[in-house]
Design a protein around this ligand. Structure first.
Ligand code: PLV
Length: 322
């Protein structure tokens, strides 16, 4: 069997979140993956399939896909080049270099970094590792739901799954996992921040659209265009996708509350999902009849992220809480 790079993550019950939502809240702790986020599930799987005879990998990333690609490449004995936009905090560049990757900083947002990564793959003959738009990534991410299902046991079907959306790879993977588990009647609450809202904008427009710019501080949600498959899922209704937005302030507050209450530090991209619990969104969706009341347990994907430390946290507080 092929080596696998991701870990089975803990599924924790959060007492304080359960009190807020009024149903049991389970946290799938993807922050505890070796690369700091769920990305290693899909990227490990993709590299296993596509990079075993490669001369090296190149990945465009807001940070966390790059962390996963750098980690997996190191384990496979391959050189890794990670292309990140200039909005990526210095701490992420350092962490990528610590994983042994060569880092290139190109463009203002991920989409520009991605164009450069595609060019490098072509000219240098490297294996291109996309951060969210590939069936092998979705197949890898789906393992997260299979694990949660195994932890919850028979009869443990959740009432809803809560997650963040950047380019939509996590969403596609979770939906595949729900289908594999026979849980297509479980709605998915898909969270973005205002200013990094490419899925929400596509749903409103009735077609995939490209955002003018990324103005949110949740840079790892900052793809200007959602992947086609994620949009198609939003139209199919099986499972139902509830697309909602929070402000950067709400996402940051969620990061802070989560740190206080669960003693775990996650980045803004993850805070976007957590904010749905802390800001009362779940209760609002119930009162609007968009989620059942009472609700079976809520499964929260704590996607994690490496773009955060105490210094970055205080920079964000100065920017957003001024
Ligand atoms: N981040 C991607 C895309 O960035 C990256 O390159 O790392 N939570 C965290 C912590 C993330 O890093 C990401 C994606 C997401 C959630 C959203 O996942 P997606 O892109 O599959 O919807 C531009």
């Amino acid at each position: 069997m092929a080596e696998r790079f991701h870990l089975n993550t803990p599924l924790l019950e959060s007492v304080s979140m359960s009190q807020k939502v009024g149903t049991t809240v389970y946290l799938k702790m993807e922050n505890s993956q070796p690369s700091g986020s769920f990305k290693i599930r899909g990227i490990g799987h993709l590299c296993q399939q596509l990079a075993t005879r490669s001369r090296g990998v190149v990945c465009s990333s807001g940070g966390n896909a790059g962390m996963a690609a750098a980690y997996v490449a190191r384990k496979m004995g391959l050189p890794a080049t990670i292309v990140v936009p200039s909005s990526t905090p210095q701490l992420v560049v350092r962490r990528l270099q610590d994983q042994g990757a060569a880092v290139r900083i190109v463009g203002k947002v991920w989409d520009e970094a991605n164009a450069e990564a595609l060019r490098l793959a072509e000219t240098e003959g490297l294996t291109f590792v996309p951060p969210f738009d590939h069936p092998l990534l979705w197949e890898g991410h789906a393992s997260l739901v299979a694990e949660a299902a195994a932890s919850l046991g028979p009869g443990g079907k959740p009432g809803a799954v809560l997650l963040s959306v950047g380019g939509g790879g996590l969403l596609c993977g979770v939906i595949q996992g729900l289908k594999d588990a026979g849980w297509t009647d479980v709605p998915v609450i898909a969270m973005e921040t205002v200013g990094a809202d490419c899925l929400n904008a596509a749903i409103k427009a009735g077609k995939v659209v490209t955002l003018h710019d990324i103005t949110s501080e949740a840079k790892c949600l900052g793809a200007k265009t959602v992947c086609q498959r994620a949009f198609e899922h939003s139209q199919s209704g099986e499972p139902t996708i509830i697309s909602e937005l929070v402000t950067d302030q709400e996402a940051l507050q969620a990061v802070l509350t989560f740190l206080d209450e669960e003693r775990v530090l996650v980045e803004m991209a993850c805070g976007a999902a957590l904010a749905a619990v802390y800001s009362g969104l779940i209760a609002r969706l119930q009162s609007q009849g968009r989620l059942p009341a009472p609700l079976r347990p809520l499964l929260v994907v704590v996607c994690g992220g490496s773009s955060i430390n105490m210094e970055q946290l205080s920079i964000l507080r100065q920017k957003l809480q001024a």
